[in-house]
Write a protein that binds this ligand. Structure first.
Ligand code: NAD
Length: 482
C-alpha cells in the first residue's frame, strides 16, 4: 500500500547481509501505517542465525574497510548525503507513512539526517592524532585513533532516518563495519537509506541490516559474538539498562542515547512570545515523540498563567490528522498502545488535581490531541516520566533556586531549555542544570555539528560533532625509543 511507484523504487523489505538483499528465516514483520492502522507491507524477519551471519559479514569486510583511505570513505558518505537530498521527498513520505509524523516534520528529519553523512564525510579526513615527548625524555609518544571494529547499531522508531545516519555516519567515517537493527515499527526508512549507501558505492558487508521479531534474542547473540566490539544504542532507558548488562559479558564499548525528561524553564525576565514560540518547537516537534521534547514547563509564577494560555491557544490550533495529509498539524502517535498510555497518564494527572486548558480527550485509535494541563503535582507520572506525546504540563516557581531544584528532580538529564532576558543570568543557571544539552532562548538543540547526549540515566557518550567519531575509535599509543 505504498502511495506511489517512486516510493516503491526506494522500498526494500529484505534483510541486507554481505551486500545481498535476502529473505530471513524467521517470521516476517508487518509494518503498520499509524494514520490508518492498515498494514503497509511486511519486512523480512531475521533468525538469530541470520543476525550472526550479518555479524560475520561485517567482520569479513572489516579489515578492508579500515584500510580504505579516509578520503574514499568520505567520498562515499558525501555521495550518500547527495543521494538522500535527491530523494528527500520520497524519504519524507516514507517516514511519514510508517511513523505517522507530519510531512513538515518528516522533511525536516530528512535534512537533519542527511547532514550527518555530510558532517562525518568531512570528519573522516580530519581525524588527526597526537605526538609528544615522554616527561623523562626517553621516548617519543604517538597517539593514533583506530576504528574500534564491528559495531552493532540499534535505533528507535521516532526518528527512523536521523537515528540511523547519526550512527552510520561516524561508524563509516571511522572505518568501522556494522550491523544496523532498526525498530520494527519503522524499518523501511533504514532499508531505504542503506540502499542509497549501496548506490553510493559502499562495499558489500560494510553495512548490514537486520530486522527481527525477537530483538532480545538476536541482539543478545550479536553482542556476545567475539568479533563485535561496539554497541551504539538509541532507545528507552529501560532497554538500555538491559543491554548494558549484556554488554558487560564481553566488556563492549557502549554509547547509549536513552530517554529524557526535559525541563523548559521560563524566567521572570524572559521574552514571553519567544518562550511560547520555543515551547511549540521543543514540545511539538515530532508530535512530542522526541527524546529532546520539553516534558515539564517550569514557569515563573508571574508569567505562568499568561504562558499557559498562550501555549494552549497555539496548541489547540493544531489539526489532528494523518501525517501525510498536508493539512495536519499533528499526526498520530506511533501506535494505539502509545496513544492509550498518554491518555491514561493525563487522566491520572487530572485525578490528582490537574486542570486542562486544551485537549485531554480520550485517545482515538492512534490519535491523541494536543493537550495543556496546569496544577499537576510534581510527584505525578506526567511530570516524572517521559510522556512522549503532545502533552504540556506547566508548573510554576518563585525563585531561581526553586526552578533549578525542580528541573534537576529527575533521574534523566538529556535536553533542557531555559528562557532568560539577562543572558549572564541564563548562562549561570545553564551551568546548574543537570543535562547534557541546554537550549538557551532556543527550542531546538539538535545539530550534527554539536555533541548530542545525556547525563545521569539519559545515557553514555555523545553523537555528532567530532565527539561522535571518537565513539567509534580506539586510542592507540605507540612508545618510540629515541
Ligand atoms: P525501545 O527501547 O523500546 O527500542 C529501541 C530499539 O531497541 C528498537 O530497535 C527495539 O527493537 C530494540 N529493542 C527493544 N527491546 C530490546 C531488547 N530486549 N533487546 C534488544 N533490543 C531491543 O525504544 P523506542 O520505543 O523504539 O524509542 C523510544 C525511546 O527512545 C524513548 O525513551 C526516547 O527517549 C528514546 N530516544 C532517545 C534518543 C536519544 O538520542 N537519547 C533519541 C531518540 C529516542
Amino acid at each position: 500500500m505504498l502511495a506511489s511507484s517512486e516510493l516503491e523504487s526506494l522500498t526494500r523489505t529484505d534483510l541486507f547481509i554481505g551486500g545481498a538483499w535476502r529473505i530471513g528465516s524467521a517470521d516476517r514483520i508487518p509494518v503498520i501505517d499509524p494514520s490508518t492502522a492498515n498494514t503497509i507491507t511486511e519486512v523480512a524477519g531475521a533468525s538469530t542465525a541470520d543476525a550472526l551471519e550479518a555479524v560475520e559479514a561485517a567482520h569479513a569486510a572489516a579489515a578492508n574497510w579500515a584500510a580504505t583511505p579516509p578520503r574514499r570513505r568520505s567520498e562515499i558518505l558525501q555521495r550518500g548525503f547527495m543521494l538522500m537530498i535527491e530523494h528527500a521527498e520520497q524519504l519524507a513520505q516514507l517516514i511519514s507513512l510508517e511513523n505517522g509524523k507530519t510531512l513538515t516534520d518528516a522533511r525536516g528529519e530528512v535534512t537533519y539526517a542527511a547532514e550527518f553523512f555530510r558532517w562525518f564525510a568531512e570528519e573522516a579526513v580530519r581525524m588527526g592524532g597526537e605526538t609528544g615527548i615522554a616527561p623523562a625524555g626517553t621516548n617519543r609518544m604517538l597517539v593514533q585513533y583506530q576504528p574500534i571494529g564491528v559495531s552493532i547499531l540499534i535505533t528507535p522508531w521516532n526518528f527512523p532516518a536521523a537515528m540511523a545516519t547519526r550512527k552510520l555516519g561516524p561508524a563509516l567515517a571511522a572505518g568501522c563495519t556494522c550491523v544496523l537493527k532498526p525498530a520494527n515499527e519503522t524499518p523501511l526508512t533504514a532499508f531505504a537509506i542503506v540502499a542509497l549507501l549501496e548506490e553510493a558505492g559502499l562495499p558489500p558487508g560494510v553495512v548490514n541490516v537486520v530486522t527481527t521479531v525477537d530483538p532480545a534474542a538476536s541482539v543478545s547473540a550479536m553482542l556476545h559474538h567475539p568479533k563485535v566490539r561496539k554497541l551504539s544504542f538509541t532507545g528507552s532507558t529501560q532497554v538500555g539498562r538491559l543491554l548494558l548488562k549484556e554488554a558487560a559479558d564481553t566488556v563492549l564499548s557502549c554509547s547509549m542515547e536513552l530517554g529524557g525528561n526535559a525541563p523548559f524553564i521560563v524566567l521572570d525576565d524572559a521574552d514571553l512570545d519567544a518562550a511560547v514560540e520555543g515551547a511549540m518547537l521543543a514540545k511539538m516537534r515530532n508530535g512530542g515523540e522526541a527524546c529532546t521534547a520539553a516534558n515539564r514547563f517550569i514557569v515563573h509564577a508571574s508569567l505562568a498563567a499568561r504562558f499557559a494560555d498562550a501555549l494552549a491557544k497555539r496548541m489547540s490550533r493544531l489539526q489532528l490528522g494523518p501525517g501525510y495529509d498536508p493539512a495536519s498539524g499533528l499526526g498520530p502517535m506511533i501506535n494505539r498502545r502509545a496513544a492509550n498510555r498518554i491518555a491514561e497518564t493525563v487522566d491520572a494527572a487530572k485525578a490528582s488535581g490537574g486542570r486542562l486548558l486544551t485537549g485531554g480527550d480520550a485517545a482515538r485509535d492512534c490519535y491523541y490531541p494536543a493537550t495543556v494541563i496546569v496544577d499537576v503535582p510534581p510527584s505525578s507520572t506526567l511530570v516524572r516520566e517521559e510522556i512522549f506525546g503532545p502533552v504540556a504540563s506547566i508548573l510554576s516557581f518563585e525563585t531561581d533556586d526553586e526552578a533549578i531544584a525542580l528541573a534537576n528532580d529527575t533521574e534523566y538529564g538529556l535536553a533542557s531549555y531555559l528562557y532568560a532576558g539577562d543572558l549572564r543570568r541564563g548562562l549561570a543557571l545553564a551551568d546548574r542544570i543537570e543535562a547534557g544539552m541546554v537550549g538557551l532562548n532556543r527550542g531546538l538543540v539538535s545539530d550534527p555539528a554539536a555533541p548530542f547526549g545525556g547525563v545521569k540515566q539519559s545515557g553514555l557518550g555523545r553523537e555528532g560533532a567530532h565527539h561522535g567519531i571518537l565513539e567509534f575509535c580506539e586510542t592507540k599509543y605507540v612508545a618510540v625509543q629515541w
